[in-house]
Write a protein that binds this ligand. Structure first.
Ligand SMILES: [Ca+2]
Ligand SMILES: [Ca+2]
Length: 96
């Protein structure tokens, strides 16, 4: 009986994380406006502009923070964020 519960739980968790990955991929595709599979600085702004505007942040501060976020996401330092870098950052955040 215990084993059945464990298997059920594992498949629920797996489904949830697969769904989250799918969601992130969709989100990434929306942000990647030129569709080259990478987010550059301009496209990254699309991820942060709305909430930064809402937070009342000045333009210069917004750009500074966005660039910082890009550097953080860009684990292989090629100046762009790939879909893998994008997804693994979200997974890292979840573990915290
Ligand atoms: Ca792009
Ligand atoms: Ca990169």
């Amino acid at each position: 009986m215990k084993k059945v519960i464990l298997i059920t739980l594992t498949s629920i968790l797996f489904a949830a994380s697969a769904q989250a990955t799918e969601w992130l991929k969709t989100r990434f595709a929306e942000l990647d406006t030129d569709g080259n599979g990478y987010l550059n600085k301009t496209e990254m702004r699309g991820t942060t502009k709305q909430w930064m505007d809402e937070a009342g942040m000045a333009e210069q501060e917004q750009i500074k923070r966005t660039n910082k976020k890009l550097v953080k996401l860009d684990t292989n330092s090629d100046g762009q964020v790939s879909v893998d870098e994008f997804i693994s950052d979200h997974q890292k955040n979840k573990k915290k």
